[in-house]
Design a protein around this ligand. Sequence first.
Ligand SMILES: C[S@@+](CC[C@H](N)C(=O)[O-])C[C@H]1O[C@@H](n2cnc3c(N)ncnc32)[C@H](O)[C@@H]1O
Length: 206
Amino acid sequence: METPYQNHIDKADYDHVYEPAEDSFLLIDALEKDLEYLKNKNPTFCLEVGSGSGVVITAFGMAFPETFCMSTDVNFKACVMSKQTAAHNKVNLETCNMDLAGSFTDNVFDVIIFNPPYVVTDSEECGGSDITASWAGGVKGREITDRLLNMIPKKLANNGVFYLLLIEENIPDEVVQIMSNYGYKSETVIRRKVRNEQQLVLKIFK
Ligand SMILES: C[S@@+](CC[C@H](N)C(=O)[O-])C[C@H]1O[C@@H](n2cnc3c(N)ncnc32)[C@H](O)[C@@H]1O
């Protein structure tokens, strides 16, 4: 998968929007690793929740030009940047400035992608809509993630797949258990140690 062109972004804009980092690129690498699997799915609709700069959903859109790509972010500036990144790379992207995925039609998305705010913080720090929303994950770094996990059975198509980036502090085994209770299997697609952080991408599907 190609890395999207990002030179249109002014460095100062990253004071307000998450700058693509190792986690963003690990997620792209996970999608690339699963490219044949995803091609076989021939996805009609893909949603990235929390698209930030838009680098991940744009990479997806470049690899799947026939797929209708959508993204959400609570940070309005991230929505604007995602749209620009997609446009600079000739990807058609619909962006919505909203919380997670609650307002969408049920069971429509063939692929859902999320690189959540995963840093363990106090609950009070979590739930904003500015740059803090990029990293502040509350208890276990999972307060935002867990809310999306509970929406997945309603938002993912029956044959759909959900890619979720986690770190060890998020206790991935608990995520696997939560999704198993909903009838989903989970597999680790890729993992990488980044400085002191063990990052991994879970693939969640039926
Ligand atoms: C770690 S950043 C990832 C950004 C981008 N996807 C990437 O990989 O570079 C997390 C993103 O999730 C967004 N976010 C946090 N809480 C959210 C929520 N409740 N609904 C939608 N987006 C949210 C943040 O604003 C931020 O852009």
